[in-house]
Design a protein around this ligand. Sequence first.
Ligand code: ATP
Length: 252
Amino acid sequence: MSNIKISTKNLDLYYGENHALKNINMNIKAGAITAFIGPSGCGKSTFLKTLNRMNDLVDNVKITGEVKIDGEDIYDPHVDVTLLRKKAGMVFQQPNPFPMSIYDNIAYGPRIHGIKNKAQLDEIVETSLKNAAIFDEVKDRLKKSALGLSGGQQQRLCIARALAVSPEILLMDEPTSALDPISTMKIEDLMADLREKYTVVIVTHNMQQAARISDDLAFSLVGEMVEFGDTKQIFSHPQDKRTEDYISGRFG
Ligand SMILES: Nc1ncnc2c1ncn2[C@@H]1O[C@H](COP(=O)(O)OP(=O)(O)OP(=O)(O)O)[C@@H](O)[C@H]1O
């Protein structure tokens, strides 16, 4: 069990009357890529957001059960949510760079966490951009606006921004769905590089992408986790007829 980074037990989430997550029990491995697939509205994004308490920001949410990261209950009242979100960073579907320079986008998080030294910030900016495989494309324009980058570049910048605060977990909500195939490939290559160093949890509508990049796969339907396990195993021998129907395109 020592390589389990995130675990949920009897996790239920309600938006008002809407029972959006139903008794989710799973163990997410450290240093692996875990992908979530399932039809629109089945609760993939909701689940992802329970892992760094982004749902706290939504009115009328009720969460019961347990979510643990490194064995610690993240819903314990003593948890520092800012530190939790530093540990579990998020990348969204639409690239969302801040309206500021490329450099400042990356330095923003470290500055908030108290790093003021210029040399140290320079180092973090360069390393983060390199780790997100975008440094060479932007190194001569670090002081220019991030909004001048292409969509694919903006998304890699957002990944660099997430990496800049030294997270342990990356939560990625359909990170390539707004991107062209070449940018998608670059992000997939990047995720392969990030594997092992980070625990990556990704929501994707792209079944081929899930098959290509993930180690473990979860398939959900209307809030229920239908099947969860080794990606290759699920694609070759799904245990549940509903999973089989979904991955073979006979569903929805
Ligand atoms: N902020 C919210 N307030 C109320 N209900 C919500 C909220 N966010 C999501 N829901 C509801 O919870 C359910 C799950 O939504 P969620 O966005 O998690 O699904 P999803 O699987 O990520 O969908 P998609 O693939 O379309 O992004 C849906 O019924 C949705 O309408």
